[in-house]
Each structure stands twice: as structure tokens, then as C-alpha cells.
Ligand binder design. Structure first.
Ligand SMILES: Cc1ncc(COP(=O)(O)O)c(C=O)c1O
Length: 473
């Protein structure tokens, strides 16, 4: 029995998509089961056939059903890996007693907790295949030609709409499509910080920003970000004394710590930006990737001065390999930054831009994100459980509300993170050392652990190896 609510804000096709998704995942609709013909179902439910077709398209893009030529649509034989974890509920993972985990189990020889992205088996392959085919069928050669430097217009529009839904008032003309978020940051830095100029950031900060400062010969100065957030008195003193050209930071889910800047600190930063004419580059690449609702607007959403630039993209939430990112600037700066983009690479590949546009327009982003977040939250909880099981009372760590990392502190009376890494690699596990997220090599006793790449049993084995390495150091 399918019940649809015509008064709900959720589109009918999406309600139908959710209905079938639930039926398939709960096993009520088994592998190989045929879906009703779209015309018959539309008549039965008294809705348009387009709504039914759109919901079937979305199910196909999600890899839950397949089309068999002239025979119709069927539930897939094997669900995508991502959905296997969707079906596990919170708290399902229990660590094994230590003695039950043994080296002869089928674990990878190296469990790499150092990575910074989603695993490849979380990529929306079907959705991308469909989007690419649709673009090539529709646009033919135009999909393979040059695009305007600013980006493919419908994508710029779709990004502006996406950001609107996140509370940001962005005009299409303010969107510059870039080669990933990394290029968005680099272009903003190149355009705003002169040669030998001063770039201000937090400590710790994103490693890619440190690399930009180094390769472009900029002076990188920092303000520590502790458990209490940023020391605003010290920040103001730095701004007054050093006159930085740009302040780069992540306000939500700082990579590596997962920290979130408080509302009060956000407002104070904006006040400094206005008082001292300090441009801020906000990196929002993990925005929207939350496990608990953080509910804080971005600086860009709060900004009334035009001093905040916003860099983000789809690498952390959807696919890194299409290299689609974006920079939101104000209209005065836009021509300068797009000129720097033109000098850098002329344009971002059009085929990828057009495919991403299809993906956004089809409403797949939110459906896909929902499943990916669920799986990642499950993995985060598994890693936390394993840490508690092995290292409770010895190490301390954060419980991130979003993003992909847990920030762990080991005792300063023992090995440094670097010493531990050497030993850990011998035992088949690695991680990112805290010092690499600081131009001052701060955080010698911190580790950044990624939890998105492995299933709970492998994560647990990784922590067991890490604990053994630490105990042996
Ligand atoms: C904070 C932050 N900003 C930017 C990037 C770069 O993202 P992209 O792959 O879209 O260039 C990363 C990637 O790790 C990141 O963690």
C-alpha cells in the first residue's frame, strides 16, 4: 500500500522514491522483483506518470533497481555496498574481545587511517554514468568543447540554488567554478595576497593551505584554535600588528580536529573583518556533512559587508575525481579572480561540469548524501567504540559532529605521533600526524584518524594495531 501526502513539502516523486527505497532495503521487495509499470502505477495513485518515472530514475541512479531491455525495471541482485551499512542501525557495532581478533583474519595488510576522502565504493557510479550519458546524448560535441572560464552557466545557477538552500544569498554571477576546492583557495590567495604578502590562518589548519603558502612564498602566520575556540583578543592584536592580507579558516568541521566555531566567535570575526578591512576566506568543503545538526550558518551567510569569500565543492560529499569546486566572491573581486583562473587552466572540464549539473538537478545530491552520512556516522561510532575499548583512560579524543576525522591526543610522556607512526606502519596501520597540520609543527602528540574508508571490523583491527604499536614504543 503506497500512501502519498499531496500537502507535504516533499515532491511526490521523492516520496515514491523513499517508499520503494524502504521496501527494497527492508527486504519487502526482494532481488529480482519487478516494479509496477509506470503508467499503471500513475493511474492507480492518481499522480502524473512523470512523477513515477522520476522516482524510478532516482532509484536507478542510486543503484537500487536495473532496467532490463523490453522487460521492465527490477530490484538489483546485489545492493551497493553503501546501502549495506545504511541498513545497520546505530550502536550495532560491538568490538570483539581482544583475543578474538587475530592476525590470520582477512584484513588488509595496511589499514590506512591517513586518507582524506570517501572510499571509492561510496561513489555514486550509476548516477554519474546516467548523468554523463545524458549530457553526451543531449549536448554532443558541446560537452567536449571549452567552457567559459567562469564555469558552465547552468552549473553556476545550480550551485547558487544549492547555497540558497543553505541560507546563503548568492547570485549566479558570484559563482566561479573551479578545479576542486583546492583551486578555489589557491585562486583567492593568488588574487588577494601579493608576492611575499601575509596569509593568516588557524593552527591547526588545512594542510593544502600550508602547501599553497609555501609554494607561493607567502608568510603564513597563525592563531591557535584550542578547545575554547580562537583567542579573539590575540587575534585582534595580530591583525593590528601584522596587517594580514587574508584570513583563511574552516568554520565548520575543521580538518583535522572536527571543531566547529561558535556563533559568538563567528560574529566577532565578521566584526573584525569590517573594522580592519580584512578579507576572510571561509572553506566550507565539509559543510552539510554533519551527523548531528550543527545548525550554525556559515560566515558567508551571516556576512553583510562583502568581506567573506566562500570556497567549497563536491569532493568530500560526492566525488573528488570530477574536480568540481567553486569560489563565491563579491562582484568587485570577481573579474580579477576569474582572470587568474583563466591564466591557470582556461576552464574546468565541461563534461564534468555538465554531469554535475545533471546530478544536482536530478535531486540526487540530497538522497546520496543521506546514505553516505549514515554510513560514515556508523563508521565514526565504530571507531569511537574501538578507541574506548582499547585506549580508554590513556588517550583522549574528540567526537566530531561531522566531517571525516577523529583527533586523538596521546600522552606527552610517551612516544611522539611521528615515533608512533614509524612503529604503527610496521604493524600495518597508518594515520596523519598532528604536526603536519601546522606550519609551526605544533601538535606533536596528536593523530588524525579517518574513519570513512573501512567497515567497522577493519576499523577495529586498525585501532588494535595502533594500540599495540603505542604499547610497544
Ligand atoms: C579543508 C579542505 N579544503 C579543501 C580541500 C580540497 O578539496 P578538493 O578535493 O575539492 O580540491 C580539502 C581536501 O582534503 C580539505 O580537507
Amino acid at each position: 500500500m503506497i500512501t502519498l501526502n499531496r500537502d507535504a513539502p516533499e515532491a511526490l516523486y521523492h516520496q515514491l522514491f523513499n517508499h520503494f527505497r524502504e521496501q527494497i532495503l527492508s527486504g519487502a521487495m526482494k532481488a529480482g522483483k519487478r516494479l509496477p509499470a509506470s503508467r499503471a502505477l500513475a493511474n492507480e495513485l492518481d499522480i502524473s506518470r512523470t512523477s513515477v518515472v522520476n522516482s524510478y530514475n532516482a532509484l536507478e541512479s542510486a543503484g537500487l533497481i536495473v532496467s532490463r531491455e523490453r522487460r521492465g525495471l527490477f530490484v538489483v541482485d546485489k545492493l551497493p555496498i553503501l546501502y549495506e551499512e545504511w541498513m545497520l542501525s546505530d550502536g550495532d557495532f560491538m568490538p570483539s574481545p581482544a583475543s578474538n581478533l587475530s592476525d590470520n583474519q582477512d584484513f588488509p595488510s595496511l589499514i590506512s587511517l591517513s586518507v582524506g576522502s570517501l572510499p571509492v565504493d561510496f561513489m555514486p557510479v550509476e548516477a554519474m554514468r546516467r548523468a554523463l550519458n545524458a549530457v553526451l546524448d543531449r549536448d554532443a560535441g558541446a560537452a567536449l568543447g571549452y567552457e567559459p572560464t567562469e564555469g558552465y552557466k547552468p552549473l553556476r545557477r545550480a550551485i547558487a540554488d544549492h547555497l540558497h538552500s543553505r541560507g546563503m544569498n548568492v547570485k549566479t554571477d558570484q559563482v566561479l567554478v573551479t578545479g576542486g576546492c583546492q583551486q578555489a583557495i589557491d585562486l583567492a590567495v593568488q588574487s588577494l595576497v601579493p608576492p611575499n604578502g601575509i596569509l593568516l590562518t588557524t593552527d591547526p589548519t588545512y594542510i593544502g593551505l600550508i602547501e599553497i603558502a609555501r609554494t607561493r612564498n607567502l608568510e603564513l602566520i597563525t592563531i591557535p584554535w584550542s578547545d575554547q575556540g580562537i583567542d579573539l583578543t590575540r587575534l585582534e592584536a595580530i591583525i593590528r600588528e601584522r596587517h594580514p592580507h587574508l584570513f583563511y579558516l574552516m568554520t565548520t568541521f575543521l580538518n583535522p580536529t572536527g571543531a566547529v566555531l561558535s556563533m559568538q566567535q563567528r560574529r566577532q570575526l565578521l566584526a573584525f573583518a569590517a573594522t580592519y578591512h580584512l578579507p576572510i576566506l571561509e572553506d566550507g568543503v565539509y559543510d552539510g556533512f554533519d551527523y548531528e545538526d550543527v545548525g550554525l550558518p556559515s560566515l558567508r551567510a551571516l556576512d553583510e559587508t562583502g568581506m567573506v569569500l566562500y570556497a567549497s565543492g563536491f569532493s568530500k560529499t560526492v566525488v573528488p575525481g570530477t574536480r568540481i569546486g567553486y569560489l563565491i566572491t563579491n562582484l568587485q573581486l570577481y573579474p580579477r579572480i576569474s582572470r587568474v583562473k583563466q591564466a591557470a587552466d582556461v576552464c574546468t572540464p565541461g563534461l564534468n561540469q555538465r554531469a554535475m549539473t545533471e546530478f544536482l538537478r536530478s535531486g540526487q545530491l540530497n538522497a546520496h548524501l543521506e546514505v553516505v552520512r549514515h554510513a560514515c556516522k556508523h563508521r565514526r561510532d565504530a571507531l569511537l567504540t574501538a578507541l574506548k575499548h582499547y585506549a580508554s583512560g590513556k588517550w583522549t579524543w574528540t567526537t566530531p559532529l561531522g566531517g571525516l576525522y577523529i583527533w586523538v591526543e596521546i600522552p606527552s610522556t610517551g612516544p611522539t605521533a611521528l615515533d608512533l607512526l614509524r612503529k604503527a606502519t610496521e604493524l600495518g596501520v597508518d594515520f596523519a600526524i598532528g604536526a603536519s597540520f601546522s606550519p609551526n609543527a605544533s601538535w606533536p602528540y596528536h593523530l588524525r584518524l579517518n574513519f570513512s574508508s573501512y567497515t567497522p571490523p577493519i576499523l577495529e583491527e586498525g585501532i588494535r594495531r595502533l594500540w599495540m604499536a603505542w604499547s610497544d614504543c
